[in-house]
Design a protein around this ligand. Structure first.
Ligand code: SAM
Length: 279
């Protein structure tokens, strides 16, 4: 492939900050991301934001098929050069937020997501797969380093929150590599990390996904308050009822929500369903 920066220059492309356009060019790093994602000849890959196509190209060398959504139509002439001769990659010029997940999954069958995500949509995009996807086997995404820490955080840490608990319910999550800001063109103001969320391992069942989400929201609503107090105010429970629930879920008195594991939130939310406080 010709030099990416040269292609961008010749195409008169101007980087758009509002769409998080920080591109990767290092072939070794791109291949390492593909390898972290476990992409092989059987894989169907969904990429969000192919940009100039460097990751798309690396993915298409290993995958059976790549489908990529790019919001910026002005990248079309760039992509037609960087992906010249590649038969198994298709680009759709569309805002991924507007994509119909049900129709997309029907088209793809089982798939994995691999992306260097634009920072401004990282959490909504990841949460969309965590909450809505049914055929996605995993997500391997480059995100801002502190967001990566939040996704994979352990209970009791400052990074642990509602997003961590939502991800943990669906699968296992780990940081596969740290990527310094110098690796991007143009250089952003933050370092990044690649996170892999594997929906085929870890994760656990709950009686009601909605109830689990409500309990997690309640636990983190006011981090300085005890879980007992948050339960009382969110679900309008008398103190005795809140105490009874916590005892039944084997949660100690005076505990704050942020110290509890996702599995403990599941135990509590199942009880709230059993007691008909939530559905
Ligand atoms: N994958 C390329 C790489 O690694 O060099 C580019 C990554 S760049 C961080 C993010 C890309 O996502 C940009 O090309 C941007 O235009 C695109 N993008 C931003 N918002 C989008 C959206 N809502 N839907 C689809 N693409 C989007």
């Amino acid at each position: 492939m010709e030099d990416l920066r040269e292609i961008l220059r010749q195409s008169g492309f101007s980087f758009k900050k509002q769409w998080g356009q920080n591109f990767l060019t290092d072939t070794n790093l791109l291949r390492a991301i593909v390898s972290d994602a476990g992409v092989d000849g059987e894989s169907t890959v969904l990429e969000i934001g192919p940009g100039a196509g460097a990751l798309t190209r690396a993915l298409s060398e290993r995958a059976k098929k790549v489908l990529a959504y790019e919001i910026d139509k002005s990248l079309e002439p760039v992509l037609s050069r960087t992906l010249a001769g590649i038969e198994n990659a298709e680009i759709v010029f569309c805002d991924f937020a507007k994509a119909d997940m049900v129709a997309l999954e029907k088209e793809l069958g089982e798939y994995v997501v691999v992306a260097n995500l634009p920072y401004y949509v990282t959490t909504p995009v990841v949460m969309r797969f965590v909450e809505e996807a049914e055929r996605c086997r995993g997500i391997t995404v480059m995100v801002q380093e502190e967001v990566a820490e939040r996704f994979c955080a352990k209970e009791g840490t400052a990074e642990y929150g509602a997003v961590t608990a939502a991800i943990a319910r669906k699968g296992s999550c780990k940081i596969t590599r740290r990527v310094p800001r110098e690796m991007f063109t143009p250089r952003p103001n933050v370092d990044s990390a690649v996170v892999k969320i594997d929906f085929t391992s870890g994760g656990f069942a709950v009686k009601s996904e909605r109830a689990y989400r409500e309990v997690v929201r309640c636990a983190f609503l006011n981090r300085r308050k005890t879980l007992e107090n948050n339960l009382m105010s969110v679900f309008r429970l008398p103190r005795e009822r809140a105490k009874e629930l916590l005892a039944a879920a084997e949660i100690g008195e005076g505990v704050r929500g942020e110290t509890l594991s996702p599995q403990t939130f599941a135990r509590l939310s199942d009880l709230l369903v059993e007691y008909k406080i939530l559905r």
